[in-house]
Design a binder for this molecule. Structure first.
Ligand SMILES: Cc1ncc(COP(=O)(O)O)c(C=O)c1O
Length: 394
């Protein structure tokens, strides 16, 4: 590891130098160790490594130097004791829960979740005997009332995908901890730059690195971060034996993405603030959902637990699906895509894509109306994005 790699550095320094493993060739850029396995000097050495008596790499499903660098850098950024990278964000969310839970356990989860996260808690966990109660994540009393003697974990996103509702991380963590449960947060929308859930009591933080961490729409990846005990006692074996590991190539792309993450997030967030203000002034827009707007119902909470309001804005068009589709189809710079967290601004119609699995009444309960669109704001000149939207509304 780089001499002096430590927790005292600021985020930008951690993201450029943290966790670097430099090979005998002294390369400046982090090396891509594109290897599935490793060779041993002797059969005795192989035996000793498998027994844990000798340090060293065994197999890239277990550990790989490039993946290790990515994990180390994420740990430093998050302030987590340990973590494991995964093949996708959904592999991270699934691993974070399956590694910890047993049949007979109970989970309390917010209802407002990305469609696949909702599938994991609502459909997958019950198949393995884990009971789940879904609550309105904004309602502290609902979290408290949902607790049962067998409650083992709370799960939520904040801000949520796609309507940017917030959950009070500190208050909900206190309820969970009083009940003896751990708190698992999907921090994708906030990014590790703008929100540090562990500072407010979260025990486990998951990312889809596919989003802002790569940030240039190239590779899938994820990461689960937690305490040393959580990783040693639960996550480590689950990852090794079930194998949702990230490819070394994807980990290398993520690692290099981290170097520019704060710069990209800061600029995209500025653009998002400007677009949210602009959208609020458009006559065709009924509502703008953005925690940075002073009229967002949870603006004060956003100021408490986020250092910036994020790069995603959702807005509801007067009219419905046809008006939303018409706008999306007219845009030239902003591209239609269900992905997010890219340098390119991307627009999505959640009701027919990311959240289409939900029944209509479930969508409406989460304010996913036919007129709602989600905008992932990128790094283009903001004046061009505004002009594109003006043209789209025209
Ligand atoms: C909030 C949230 N969590 C998890 C995921 C899943 O990430 P991935 O596509 O990398 O599996 C997404 C992806 O859209 C997301 O928006």
């Amino acid at each position: 590891m780089t001499k002096g790699s430590n927790n005292q550095w600021g985020d930008a320094t951690k993201l450029v130098h943290g966790g670097t493993i430099r090979s005998e060739f002294g390369e400046t850029a982090e090396a891509l160790f594109l290897t599935s396995g490793y060779v041993y000097d002797s059969a005795e050495s192989a035996e000793a490594r498998f027994k844990g008596d000798e340090e060293g790499y065994i197999y890239s499903r277990f550990l790989n130097p490039t993946i290790k660098m990515f994990e180390e850098r994420m740990k430093l950024l998050e302030g987590a004791e340990d973590g494991r990278a995964t093949a996708t964000g959904m592999a991270a969310v699934t691993a974070s829960m399956l590694c910890y839970l047993n049949a007979g356990d109970h989970v309390v989860s917010a209802k407002a979740l990305f469609g696949s996260c909702r599938y994991v808690v609502e459909k997958l966990l019950p198949r393995f005997g884990v009971e789940v109660t879904l609550v309105d994540g904004r309602d502290l009393a609902a979290w408290k009332e949902a607790v049962q003697p067998n409650t083992k974990a709370f799960f939520f996103e904040t801000p949520t995908n796609p309507t940017l509702e917030l959950v009070d991380i500190q208050a909900v963590s206190d309820i969970a901890h009083n009940a003896g449960a751990i708190v698992i947060i999907d921090n994708v929308f906030a990014t590790p730059v703008l929100q540090k859930p562990m500072e407010f009591g979260a025990d486990v933080v998951c990312y889809s690195a596919t989003k802002h961490i790569d940030g240039q729409g190239r590779c899938l990846g994820g990461v689960v971060l937690g305490s040393q005990d959580y990783v040693d006692d639960y996550l480590h074996d689950y990852m090794r034996q079930t194998g949702p590991s990230i490819s070394p190539f994807n980990a290398w792309v993520m690692l290099k993405g981290l170097e520019t993450l704060p710069l990209r997030i800061t600029q995209a967030e500025k653009n998002a603030n400007a677009l949210a203000e602009f959208l609020g002034s458009c006559s065709g827009v009924e509502t703008v959902h953005y925690p940075g707007l002073s009229n967002h119902p949870q603006h004060e909470l956003a100021k408490q637990q986020m250092s910036g309001f994020g790069t995603l804005v959702a807005f509801e068009l007067k009219g419905g699906k046809q008006e939303a589709f018409d706008l999306m189809n007219k845009l030239e710079i902003i591209k239609i895509s269900n992905n997010l967290g890219d340098t390119k601004s991307l627009i999505t119609h959640p009701a027919t894509t990311t959240h289409q699995r939900l029944e209509e009444d479930e969508q409406l309960e989460l304010s996913i109306t036919p007129g709602l669109v989600r905008l992932s704001v990128g790094l283009e000149d903001v004046k061009d994005l505004i002009a594109d939207l003006e043209m789209g509304f025209g």
